[in-house]
Design a protein around this ligand. Structure first.
Ligand code: CMC
Length: 378
């Protein structure tokens, strides 16, 4: 029998063959279906990019309009889902509320017709359309308000921002938000995508696939870093405090949030794009001390850790951008999920195309032939 080396966290071990996205961490390249992220951020929309990832090619004009139309008219959530969410404790984390709601959606669509393209399309549309509505509904209900109904005349990102506080968003803000979703939609075999593929491989329904991935994304080692970036910027408080803060982190060997990446050893290409968007946002809506602190942090970290390949990652600037948009910090990870659901669904579909249930092995390091000790002798 072949003996394989055990790698904690399966680091460096391929878990699937995939044509969805590609990362070159040395050169700072990220591609979705072969298209560079920079080009998609400039020219595409979130829904078009979602279509590209899920169906493998950019849609024609008619295909895109058809997809956008379907998503637009499936945004409402069932009143029973809404009533269930009303019973969630307002102190609960919105990621937990989202995981429970995504799983509950599966109760209404129990037919599992995984080889039918129409079933796949309906599920994709329903999940991409309703997840933002669930996130926004919980945000309002936890403050004691009724959820805001989706507006059919607004595009995907404008409608989400509108549902958060019943105000039509500024167009630049909505476009920047849409680009953020493009940047967060997919990133090869990360923990939540792996989780989605493992769940998909059992041939369960897509609601269970998404619920399992949402649960995985919620952990602080994965989706939660952008929340911590904001807490760190608040703690630093002023530009003068940046250098002492970083020196202290280095002395105590603690990690500086929003910097470093397992794969990228140059600046994360998504952080470069987000930095430009942050600049546009602050220029239009006013610079504040958080922007200055962030700039100084990047300068000082590069000076001290650039030789180790430590640069800002996507979470450093996404936190800054979402904060400037007035979005509550604990919604940053649910927003990551709004984007990433399309990536998970692309992997769900790809997994089904050549499915083999995941069943890795383990290295047993326990005891053998142990005799049972009666309770009164232990
Ligand atoms: N601050 C200070 N030092 C760092 C940092 C950091 N953020 N990241 C890495 N280093 C140092 C680390 O101390 C080590 O130094 P030495 O060689 O002297 O022991 C060296 O760089 C290599 O670090 P590592 O922990 O082995 O690197 P890794 O590839 O395992 O870690 C990371 C990657 C993302 C877990 C880590 O950089 C980190 O914890 N960053 C802060 C948290 C964060 O921003 N997470 C979001 C990641 S991006 C999410 C996404 O792409 O979806």
């Amino acid at each position: 029998m072949m003996v394989c080396e055990y790698k904690p966290g399966l680091e460096g071990i391929p878990a699937a063959q995939s044509s969805i996205s590609y990362v070159d961490g040395q050169k700072g390249i990220l591609e979705y279906r072969g298209i560079r992220i920079e080009e998609l951020a400039e020219k595409s929309t979130f829904l078009e990019t979602a279509y590209l990832l899920i169906w493998g090619e950019l849609p024609s004009k008619e295909e895109l309009e058809g997809f956008e139309h379907e998503v637009r008219y499936h945004r409402r959530i069932k009143y029973r889902i809404r009533d269930m969410m009303k019973c969630f404790p307002e102190s609960g984390h919105p990621m937990d509320a989202l995981q429970a709601s995504a799983a509950a959606l599966g109760l209404f669509y129990s037919l599992r017709d995984l080889h039918n393209p129409a079933y796949i399309r309906d599920s994709v549309v329903r999940l991409i359309a309703t997840i933002p509505t669930m996130v926004a509904a919980f945000q309002l209900m936890r403050k004691g308000n009724d959820p805001v109904r989706p507006r059919d005349d607004l595009d995907y990102s404008s409608n989400f921002l509108y549902m958060l506080d019943e105000k039509e968003p500024d167009p630049l803000m909505a476009r920047i938000f849409d680009i953020c979703l493009i940047l967060q939609v997919e990133h090869t075999m990360n923990a939540s995508t792996f989780s989605a593929r493992v769940t998909a491989s059992t041939l369960t329904d897509p609601y269970a696939v998404v619920a399992s991935a949402v649960g995985t994304l919620g952990g602080p080692l994965h989706g939660g870093a952008n929340e911590e970036v904001i807490q760190m910027l608040e703690k630093i408080g002023s530009v003068e405090n940046v250098r002492p803060y970083i020196d202290h982190c280095l002395e105590t060997k603690s990690k500086i949030m929003g910097f470093g990446h397992r794969v990228y050893k140059v600046k994360d290409p998504r952080a470069i794009i987000l930095q430009g968007l942050a600049e546009q946002l602050f220029e239009k809506f006013g610079y504040d001390k958080f922007y200055d602190i962030a700039q100084e942090m990047e300068r000082v970290v590069e000076e001290k850790l650039g030789s180790k390949g430590i640069y800002p990652n996507i979470d450093f600037y996404s936190g800054l951008v979402y904060r400037k948009m007035g979005i509550p910090t604990d919604l940053f990870t649910p927003i990551f999920a709004i984007a990433r659901v399309a990536g998970w669904l692309a992997h769900w579909k790809e997994q089904l195309e050549e499915n083999r249930i995941f069943r890795p092995t383990q290295v047993y390091n326990g005891l053998h032939e142990v005799t049972y000790t009666p309770i009164d002798q232990r």
